[in-house]
Design a protein around this ligand. Structure first.
Ligand SMILES: O=P(O)(O)OC[C@H]1O[C@](O)(COP(=O)(O)O)[C@@H](O)[C@@H]1O
Ligand SMILES: [Mg+2]
Ligand SMILES: [Mg+2]
Length: 283
């Protein structure tokens, strides 16, 4: 595991440099989820692949940008699923982006995830590592080393809300729930990049990030393996909750590498409200 985390630190430094120096334009291809790829998605994917394939404890990798899994070291024991560049459409407007890694043992499913790591490329580069605890590190740009900052814990209730999905297609009960949070005084925090949006909620001690199923996309947008399971693991280990409306996200299985699911991440108070809303909901 330490070997994988060391490898991710090298990956982060290379992706940070690529973001700063490489072309931010689009390529003529779509990824497996049908998203327009930008050149940096492809470059970042190659950086991660190059490092992880030479990491002896990794048996297999799969990326948001790849159709299929790639074998790594046959003697390795960890399966790594990653989103090399999350929020890549925000690069041309210079907002924060990220990389997300889920580390699985025995194959890919919510219950098999054993660690999660994400990187935030913002004004500063930060790394969050979730194992038994959730720890924040910051890149020292002089030494290119990540330095420990503090352990992260969610409080019982927060004050901010990141509501994703096209509002026009929200189910009425979902809209009513979001409206009620705002009526209760929650403040809007949504950049369109799940890494900085979830990082903000985690560092501010709590709140809710919601990317629901909608009339046009009943299974939501965010991908279980590359985005949802890693953050569900982080939020659970930080003392919060992560659900699909009814079930714990980490109780979910996958039918395919690129499966999506509605998802809600937050502190206990907000997630209990979500469960209550969705329990009584009729679509
Ligand atoms: O544009 P929307 O519908 O608000 O979606 C935003 C979501 O899409 C994503 O950008 C998807 O990530 P990618 O950039 O890796 O495709 C998430 O980071 C974010 O939460
Ligand atoms: Mg993403
Ligand atoms: Mg991506």
């Amino acid at each position: 595991m330490t070997e994988i985390i060391n490898s991710i630190q090298k990956i982060a430094v290379e992706i940070k440099d690529a973001i700063k120096t490489k072309d931010t334009g689009k390529v003529e291809s779509l990824n497996s989820s049908g998203d327009i790829q930008v050149k940096l998605d492809v470059i970042s994917d190659e950086i991660v692949e190059r490092h992880l394939l030479k990491t002896s404890s990794v048996i297999e990798i799969i990326s948001e940008e790849k159709e299929d899994a790639m074998p790594a070291n046959p003697n390795g024991k960890y399966f790594v699923a990653y989103d090399p560049l999350d929020g890549s459409s925000l690069i041309d407007v210079d907002l924060s982006v990220g990389s997300i890694f889920g580390i699985y043992k025995g194959g890919y499913s919510g219950e098999n995830i054993v660690a999660a790591v994400y990187i935030v490329y913002g004004p500063r580069v930060e790394m969050v590592v979730a194992r038994d605890t959730v720890e924040l590190f910051r890149l020292n740009e002089e030494t290119n080393e990540f330095e420990f900052v503090k352990e992260l814990r969610l409080e019982e209730k927060g004050k901010i809300l990141g509501p994703g999905g096209t509002q026009k297609y929200w189910y009425p009960y979902h809209k009513e729930m979001i409206d009620n949070f705002f009526k209760d005084g929650y403040r809007l925090r949504y950049s369109g990049g799940m890494v900085p949006d979830l990082h903000q909620i985690l560092l501010k001690g709590g709140g809710l990030f919601a990317y629901p199923g909608t009339e046009d996309k009943p299974k939501g947008k965010l991908r279980k393996l590359f985005e949802v399971f890693p953050f569900a693991y982080v939020y659970n280990k930080a003392g919060g909750l992560a659900v699909d409306g009814k079930n714990d996200l980490l109780d979910l299985d996958i039918d395919g590498y690129h499966d999506t699911t509605p998802c809600f991440f937050g502190s206990n108070y907000e997630i209990k409200k979500v469960l209550k809303t969705y329990e009584g909901a009729e679509k």
